[in-house]
Design a protein around this ligand. Structure first.
Ligand code: G6P
Length: 615
């Protein structure tokens, strides 16, 4: 994780880097730092805490002038978050300064070697080892910084996106990537470096995304020079036009990004199916599926790999694929899959789901599946991300940037894409009747309106949040398609309010969690009309007879659950297979309001990060 930013050009670097760090804080926010070249020397300031803390400290400590600089916002891997472990890190001579996102796995033997050679270390970080390794190579071999970086990186095992400069050559920044993203914004005689394009979106629409094992020397008044780290071969820069705009990455009047993103869902879902769902022609058009139809139709099974909320979207897709397209599905945590020698063959289709497209475990799972000959299809939100590039084919969710660490619109748009795929495959396989197929298309088209209606429960959800905000535990129950929604609801609450919550299939409750139920336990039960309604009503009765507090998510107009529950939140009626898209809305709002009422940092919950590029 961690966010990195750099600038070299004709403007003052500090304001660009500071603003860039604020935009990248979703990647990590336990410490921050900036190093600037003021024309004579490096000026460096860093601190434990957020970018706001750095901003308060920096002008008291250093002059912030200079047109070259680098900055970092950290999610700690090696060494606790404190001022010393924060980045940037100097080399021993003070000539080089570096920022790093990732992990140098073999830092200990490298450090031992450097210690023997007289190097001293002030921090516990792997990054300080890397900058000194670069310095050692540079000085011993009397070579330029770029070459020294290249030699050093060939000795390193791990993952990195780095930016480093030398105060004696203050007209260039050397950057490199392996496993952590790095974009170079190409302006008018100026360059921006960042973990994603958000820090430079108002300055340029053109960017180069470095590929793994590439490094670049970004020089003032020159072209960017890109090389392969391993064999030094030159790479032709591919300049992409960016697809995001400034408005998309700002809060737009909402108190938090998470709330903005919850409210964006009707629009985001429409963007996901735009041009793909052609109800008038009863067609689903997705190039990545059409081009690979044979692979899908001949597949023995689909294996979904993902982490976190994306894994929950994968679980929903298991119901959809099996129900509609009759294809067996297994859903795997990418972190488990990658290390357990899974049985995967060329007859398997692997679907990797990831909002960021950068999750390290998911990326490793993809590589493993590919090495076993499987066809790997990606469902990502971030265009041009590592997973989007690593997969054989894919479909973007087009949800727009998701900045709140707790995922919301990514979840519903992932389900939308997966539903489109399942419907397309069901049609091709003939496992769905044409009337059922049409019905699904029409219903899917109406989902954005229904999500907008579900959002109208906001005030009611807020009242409920106020009553139960001090509860110590929550239980979330659902069945069928809504079992993964229960898991997701519990995850949202844990992530941002730090209240312990468990999601369970409603019928499993009696095999354990029922023992937890007493008059203090709020239990959120997804009890919409379609799908196991009677069974859920029985589960609710079981809870009531143990004095549990029921918060029911019900279909508009429901009376039966209303008569039993302590509170109900209504959502519009839809087909069972599409119901997760509406039932998840009040659960997102519930966690949001509780977290706000408890004064928690909704967009940047403790210990978490948006993009987990370490295992
Ligand atoms: C982190 C985020 C979660 C996300 C998960 C998977 O834990 O905080 O919100 O669901 O990573 O991320 P991905 O980008 O692969 O969907």
């Amino acid at each position: 994780m961690c966010g990195i930013v750099g600038y070299i050009g004709h403007r003052e670097a500090y304001p660009i880097i500071l603003k860039g760090l604020k935009r990248l804080e979703y990647r990590g926010y336990d410490s921050a730092g900036i190093a600037l070249f003021d024309g004579n020397d490096i000026k460096l300031c860093k601190t434990k805490g957020k970018v706001d803390d750095l901003e308060k400290k920096i002008t008291k400590e250093i002059s912030t002038t200079g047109s070259l600089g680098i900055g970092h916002t950290r999610w700690a891997t090696h060494g606790v978050p404190n001022d010393v472990n924060s980045h940037p890190h100097y080399s021993n001579s003070g000539n080089l300064v570096i920022i790093h996102n990732g992990i140098i796995e073999n830092y200990e033997p490298l450090k031992k070697e450097l210690l023997k050679r007289g190097y001293k270390f002030t921090s516990d970080t792997d990054t300080e080892v890397l900058v000194n390794l670069i310095e050692d190579i540079k000085d011993n071999e009397n070579i330029k910084l770029g070459k020294a970086v290249q030699i050093a990186l060939n000795q390193v095992v791990g993952a990195y996106a780095i930016a480093v400069f030398d105060k004696n050559k203050p007209n260039e920044i050397v950057v490199a990537r392996l496993g952590s993203p790095l974009a170079i914004g190409i302006g008018d005689d100026e360059f921006f470096i960042a973990s994603d394009a958000s820090p430079f979106i108002e300055y340029t629409n053109n960017a180069i995304y470095l590929e793994d094992e590439e490094m670049a020397i970004v020089r003032r008044h020159k072209e960017v020079n890109i090389r392969k780290i391993k064999d030094d071969s030159l790479v032709n820069p591919y300049v992409q036009e960016l697809q995001i705009n400034l408005e998309q990455i700002e809060k737009g009047g909402y108190d938090h990004f998470m709330l903005k993103e919850i409210y964006e869902q009707p629009h985001a879902i429409k963007d996901t199916y735009r041009g793909r769902l052609l109800t008038d022609k009863a067609i689903i058009k997705m190039a990545g599926i059409e081009d690979n139809m044979k692979k899908f139709l001949n597949a023995n099974r689909i294996v979904v790999v993902a982490c976190g909320t994306s894994w929950h979207a994968g679980l929903v897709s298991e119901y959809i694929f099996e129900d509609l397209a009759r294809i067996p599905v297994e859903v795997e945590y990418a972190s488990e899959f990658r290390y357990r020698n899974p049985v995967i063959t060329e007859n398997d289709v692997v679907i990797a789901i990831s909002q960021s497209g950068e999750t390290a475990d998911t990326l490793a799972a993809i590589k493993l599946a590919k090495s076993k000959g499987a066809f790997v299809f990606g469902v990502c939100n971030v265009v041009g991300s590592s997973i989007a590039r690593e997969t054989d084919a894919g479909a973007y969710t087009h949800a727009g940037p998701e900045i709140g660490v707790a995922s919301t619109k990514a979840f519903t748009t992932q389900i939308t894409v997966l539903t489109l795929i399942a419907l397309r495959l069901a049609r091709a396989k003939g496992t769905i009747s044409s009337s059922d197929y049409r019905h699904h298309l029409l219903e899917l088209e109406m989902i954005p309106d229904k999500v907008a209606k579900a959002l109208k429960s906001d005030e009611k959800v807020k009242e409920i949040a106020n009553i139960y905000k001090d509860a110590k535990n929550f239980l979330y129950l659902g069945r069928g398609y809504n079992f993964p929604v229960a898991l997701e609801g519990a995850l949202k609450l844990k992530e941002i309010s730090y209240i312990h919550a468990e999601g369970y299939p409603a019928a499993e409750m009696k095999h354990g969690p029922i023992a937890l139920i007493d008059e203090n336990m709020p239990i959120v039960v997804i009890a919409t009309k379609k799908g196991h309604y009677d069974k859920i009503v029985s589960n609710i009765q079981e809870i009531k007879s143990r004095k549990g507090i029921i918060i029911g998510i019900v279909t508009k107009g429901d009376t039966m659950v209303k008569a039993l529950a302590d509170h109900v939140i209504e959502v519009p009626e839809t087909m069972e297979s599409l119901s997760p898209l509406v039932t998840t809305i009040p659960l997102q709002l519930l966690s949001y309001h509780i977290a706000v009422m408890l004064n928690k940092n909704v967009d940047q919950p403790r210990n978490l990060a948006k993009s987990v590029t370490v295992e």
